[in-house]
Design a protein around this ligand. Sequence first.
Ligand code: COI
Length: 355
Amino acid sequence: MHYENVVDLKVTQVDQSRIDQVDFDNLMFGKTCSDHMMICDYEDGEWKTPEIIPYGPMLMEPSAKVFHYGQAVFEGMKSYKDGDGKVWLFRPQQNFERINTSAKRMAIPEFPKEYFFSALEKLLNLDYEWIKPGIGNSLYLRPFVIATENGVSASPSNKYRFMIITAPAKAYYEGSVKVIFAEEYSRSADGGVGFAKAAGNYGAQFYPTNLAKAEGFDQIIWTDADTHEYLEEAGTMNIFFRIGDSLVTAPTNDRILDGVTRKSIIALAEEKGIDVQVRRVSVKEIKDAARAGELKEIFGAGTAAVVVPVSAFRHGGEDFELPQLENSYAKQLKANLLDIQYNRAEDPFGWRYEV
Ligand code: COI
C-alpha cells in the first residue's frame, strides 16, 4: 500500500552529512540522530506547511507550556532496507491514527495525514544512507508534538510543534529481560491517559523502574491500578504469556497502549493456528501456571523492542524462572514479523509500505 497524496515540502539540506562520524555497529538507542528532521508549527488554528531542515538544537522560551504541563505525545516507528536497497515502513497508517488519538486526549490539534506521510517519505529519501540493510538494522522514527505557547497558565496551548526526528537503531534490549510484576506503583488508571503515547506515561515509570533495576530487573510489568491482580503491559512493550500452547495477552483498554507490534503478533499467531486468547490475565494464573510447569513463555512486543523474551519474574517476594525453549513462540513470531518488515516474505496482511 502507498499513500498517494504526497505534497511538496520545503527542504533545506545539510551542507555536510555527519554519517561518517557514526559507528553503526555500536549504537545507543536513539542517541545519534540522522542529518535531517521535520518541523511543523501550529498557529492561528492551523498547521503550517512542514519543513525539512538539518537536525539540530532549537530555541524555546522557558515558559513554553510543554515544560510545565507535559502537553506532549509521540510515536515510535521503524524503517527498514531490504537486500535490493528498497526502503519500507511497517503499518505507518496505524502510527498516524494513534498519534492523533493520543493528541486528542491531550487537547492537541490533530495533524493532517498528507503532511505526516509526505514528511516521512521526504525524510527517508534524504537520509537514505542512514538506513542500513540487514535484519536488526533500522532507522527509528520518532514523530512527536509539543505545546510551544509561552505562558505558564494551566490551559491548553494555542501553539504546537510537530516534529519527526530519526535515529539509526538496533534492538532496544539485548537478549532477554527480567521483570517484576507491579505491586505498589501503577502506570495508569481508568479514565486516564494510559492508552495514549503521552510523554508523561513514560516519565512516570522511571522512578519505579529504577527501584526494579536496583534489584537486578530490567522492566516492570504493570498491573491494574485498582487491585494489582491483573497483568497489563510493560511500558515499553505489550506483554504475551504462553500457557500450555495458548498465547494470552490483555485486551487493550483505557490503561493499555494499542501496540502496533502487539496486534501484528496476534494476527501472525492466529495465522499460524496458535490459540490466541485476548483476555484478562491474572498474576495468580501466571504464578499457578509457572508452578505447574504450564507457563512456557512470557515475551514483550513493541516497535523499539521488537519481540523480547522474559527470562525471569518476581512477585510477592517469589522468583520464577522461565524455561528457555529452542523453538519458542517468541522466536517464531519474531522471525515471521521481521521477514515481513524486511521484505523477505509475502505480506498477506498488506502491512508493508514502500517508501
Ligand atoms: C517504541 O517502541 O517505539 C516506543 O515508543 C517505546 C519507547 C519507550 C522506546
